[in-house]
Write a new protein. Structure first.
Length: 229
C-alpha cells in the first residue's frame, strides 16, 4: 500500500492494517526458515516453576546460550600430515579442501579479549510452554550487523509430541547445526517462544564501542535470514 494512501485511511483502519502486518511478521518468525543456526537445549529440573513449565526468565538464558555458543565456538579445521617433497619429512597443515563450518571465535576473557559484547536489549514473546525434561532446540538468526552492534532474532522450538524424545548426541550439543539439517524434523514447525537481542561490542579497556573485525563480521553475516518467507 502506498504511504500516501495509508495516511488517508481512518486511524482505526490504519491500526488494524498495522496490527495485521505485525501479526504476519511474528507468524513468519515462528518458522524454522527464519533462522540459520540451531542448538539443542537440555532443560533442567530447576528451570521449571511451580506450574511445571520453564519459568519465563529462564528463556533468556537459553537465548544467551545459543548466541554466545555461536560467537565463542572456534572454527573447526582439519589438520593432516603432509609430506615435504624436499626432505620427505611430514608437517602438520590445514586440509586444503576442508570447508570450516564454524563460527566467530570470540574470546571471552575480559583482560585478554580484544573486544567484549554487552547485551543492551532483550525481548521475549511466549506462545506455548515447554518443561523439563524436554529437549527443545534454540534458533538464531542475525537481523542486522552495524559498526559495533549486532541485532539477533531468536526462537525456541519444542520437540514433536512423540513417544521418543529427539535423538540428540554430544556432537549436536557441542556444535549445533544449520538450517536444512535433518534433525530439525524432530522439532515442531512452530516456535514456542520468539525473541530478539542486541549486542554492542566494546573495547574492554575503555568500554567504548569498537568496530567489528572482518572475519568476525563474516561469521555473523552467514546467519542473515529474510524476515518474510
Amino acid at each position: 500500500m502506498a504511504s500516501w494512501v495509508f495516511r488517508l485511511l481512518p486511524k482505526n483502519i490504519r491500526f488494524l492494517a498495522t496490527s495485521s502486518e505485525n501479526q504476519r511478521a511474528e507468524g513468519c518468525l515462528r518458522h524454522h526458515e527464519a533462522y540459520g543456526y540451531f542448538l539443542p537445549i537440555q532443560t533442567r529440573w530447576q528451570d521449571n516453576d511451580q506450574y511445571g513449565h520453564v519459568n519465563n526468565a529462564v528463556y533468556y538464558s537459553y537465548f544467551d546460550t545459543i548466541i554466545n555458543h555461536y560467537l565463542i565456538s572456534q572454527t573447526s579445521y582439519l589438520w593432516i600430515a603432509k609430506e615435504n617433497p624436499d626432505d620427505h619429512t611430514y608437517i602438520m597443515c590445514l586440509h586444503p579442501h576442508h570447508n570450516p563450518m564454524r563460527y566467530c571465535g570470540l574470546k571471552t576473557g575480559l583482560l585478554t579479549s580484544p573486544m567484549v559484547g554487552f547485551m543492551v536489549t532483550n525481548q521475549c514473546t511466549f506462545h506455548t510452554p515447554v518443561g523439563f525434561p524436554q529437549v527443545p532446540v534454540a534458533a538464531l538468526a542475525v537481523e542486522k550487523v552495524g559498526h559495533s552492534s549486532v541485532h539477533y532474532r531468536l526462537a525456541l522450538f519444542p520437540p514433536k509430541p512423540t513417544k521418543e524424545p529427539p535423538s540428540v548426541d554430544h556432537h549436536d550439543l557441542s556444535d549445533g547445526f544449520f538450517f536444512g539439517h535433518p534433525k530439525l524434523g524432530q522439532y515442531d514447525a512452530l516456535a514456542c517462544t520468539t525473541g530478539s537481542s542486541v549486542h554492542v561490542f566494546v573495547n574492554p579497556a575503555t568500554s567504548k564501542p569498537m568496530g567489528l573485525p572482518e572475519d568476525f563480521r563474516r561469521g555473523l553475516l552467514r546467519l542473515m535470514r529474510p524476515v518474510s518467507m
